[in-house]
Design a protein around this ligand. Structure first.
Ligand SMILES: Cc1cc2nc3c(=O)[nH]c(=O)nc-3n(C[C@H](O)[C@H](O)[C@H](O)COP(=O)(O)OP(=O)(O)OC[C@H]3O[C@@H](n4cnc5c(N)ncnc54)[C@H](O)[C@@H]3O)c2cc1C
Length: 460
């Protein structure tokens, strides 16, 4: 049976539900479709559960360090993985149920549960239902990439999704992929008590960051006895009894790592292959991301793509901002654009990395005249007081305009402190504004003006 709506939203990630609320509030008849878990990746298998588990891992880590702070813990520090999972499930579940319930109670909105597929540019099928609308919004997100690696079909492996079901301590977790997802899981399971080996194909960890950041992160992980294998060009797998063996080098008979469990964290791919996009004529790029313009419109009029599936961002805040851009243009006469956005994100190892704008490496490539400032966390009072002095902060500024081009804070509170820099970047104000600001003592942020007072030319 065909059901007519003003708008169809496919997926309940970070953009779909707020858009449904805005459209329904102005009286539009909205259909929203979810095939699996309400709230999508962030709520169920991404940010919320992982950061909840990172908090458990931090508690274990600090408990082990307790004596350094003069705190005596009688007996050993043990992690109850069932309790860790229960806590994670409770926090993530509350968010999922909140998302589902609010959509199901939303006036002017009908929720369909099932897999949505385009039948034409204006029609979507969900099971037996056929929905039509003049406006269709795609918010289908992505999933873990599972590349064809030799022997992978002969071993069991985990992804960020199946990791959510782990309520035991893997004896030795092999993590393939030394980027954001792999590093967060790697450090947290080491802190839970697993032996951890991170296998990375490239010459260094998280290669989109500057080399000094990669090196400092590797040092942090090394300090926790996490084994890091770089330059693993020919990764393959085999089974030896109960053990999973990861072959990490190209030379015959060369190095291998054997462990009890394997986590694949080698990237994400968009959920666009099973959406019937060809029937709607929606264009995708060579990696399957939906091609959109600066207002997130697809090549087919009346269809928009928001969130991870458009390849313009890979974060909860970028997906939510996609909602704001679409709502601004359609409902508020506010011509917001993706190109207004400054890249910013966190890496939630401990200590965390907060990043905004360009890396030093990217600034160097532009060839412009720039200034750089850098401060180790050992010189940040707050970090010293907390006993968390690993990492550093750095900032790059345009020498002519005095605008901040990018910054990174790898250190305690770095994910929060970066925002004072990010906001000045959005204001397009000169760095001197923040240099002259009087920040609160003792905080990590108070060293940002100090760092800006000692900028040096970026040479080489
Ligand atoms: C381990 C991990 C940790 C992360 N940590 C962070 C973090 O700390 N901070 C951060 O900003 N980001 C983080 N991310 C990224 C973040 O989770 C995503 O960027 C965010 O969820 C935005 O996703 P989205 O809105 O594009 O869609 P998603 O949240 O992926 O939701 C898409 C929804 O669409 C549904 N769907 C798909 N296809 C169909 C279909 N055909 N029919 C019906 N429904 C469909 C899916 O079931 C899903 O519910 C993390 C990701 C991972 C994997």
């Amino acid at each position: 049976m065909t059901k007519q709506f003003d708008a169809i939203i496919i997926g309940t990630g970070q953009a779909g539900p707020p858009l449904a609320r805005r459209l329904a509030a102005v009286g539009k008849k909205v259909a929203i479709v979810e095939r699996k878990l309400f709230g999508g990746t962030c709520v169920n298998t991404g940010c919320i559960p992982t950061k909840t588990m990172v908090a458990s891992a931090y508690a274990a880590h600090m408990a082990r360090r307790a004596a350094e702070f003069g705190v005596a813990i009688d007996g050993s520090v043990n992690v109850d993985m069932r309790r860790v999972k229960e806590r994670k499930d409770a926090i993530s579940g509350k968010s999922r149920i909140g998302s589902e319930t609010s959509l199901k109670h939303l006036e002017n909105c009908t929720v369909f549960e099932g897999h949505a597929r385009f039948e034409s540019p204006r029609e979507v099928s969900v099971g037996q239902d056929r929905l039509t609308a003049d406006q269709i919004f795609i918010n289908v997100g992505g999933r873990a990439e599972v590349p064809a690696m030799p022997g992978l079909d002969r071993v069991d492996y985990l992804t960020n999704s199946s990791m959510m079901g782990v309520d035991f301590l893997p004896r030795h977790l092999i993590v393939v992929g030394g980027s954001y997802v792999g590093l967060e899981f790697g450090q947290m399971f080491r802190r839970f008590g697993s032996q951890v080996t991170i296998v990375e194909m490239g010459p260094r960890l998280i290669q989109r960051e500057d080399e000094d950041i990669s090196a400092a992160i590797q040092e942090i992980l090394k300090g926790e006895d996490i084994d890091v294998r770089l330059n693993a060009k020919c990764i393959g797998f085999s089974k030896r009894g109960e053990e999973i063996v990861a072959h990490v080098d190209c030379e015959p008979g060369a190095t291998e790592v054997s462990g009890s469990h394997l986590l694949l964290a080698v990237g994400r791919r968009p959920n666009t292959g099973d959406l019937g996009l060809d029937k709607a004529g929606v264009a995708v790029d060579e990696r399957g991301y939906i091609v959109v313009d600066d207002q997130l419109r697809c090549n087919v009029p009346g269809i928009w793509a928001l969130g991870d599936c458009n390849g313009k961002g890979a974060f909860t805040h970028t997906s939510y901002n996609d909602f704001e851009i679409v709502a601004g243009n359609l409902l508020d006469n506010d011509a917001r654009r993706v190109s207004d956005r400054i890249l910013a994100y966190g890496l939630y190892i401990d200590p965390p990395l907060g990043r905004a704008g360009l890396t030093e490496m990217e600034v160097r490539k532009t060839g412009r005249r720039a200034l750089i400032g850098k401060r180790p966390m050992t010189k940040v009072g707050r970090a010293v007081e907390k006993g968390e002095t690993q990492g550093f902060m750095k900032i790059v500024v345009d020498a002519e305009t005095q605008e901040i081009l990018g910054a990174a804070i790898l250190g305690t509170g770095g994910d929060e402190a970066i925002h004072s820099i990010l906001d000045v970047m959005y204001a397009k104000a000169p760095y001197t504004v923040i240099q002259r600001a009087v920040h609160i003592h003792p905080t990590v942020s108070e060293l940002i003006p100090t760092m800006l007072g000692d900028l040096q030319p970026l040479v080489g």
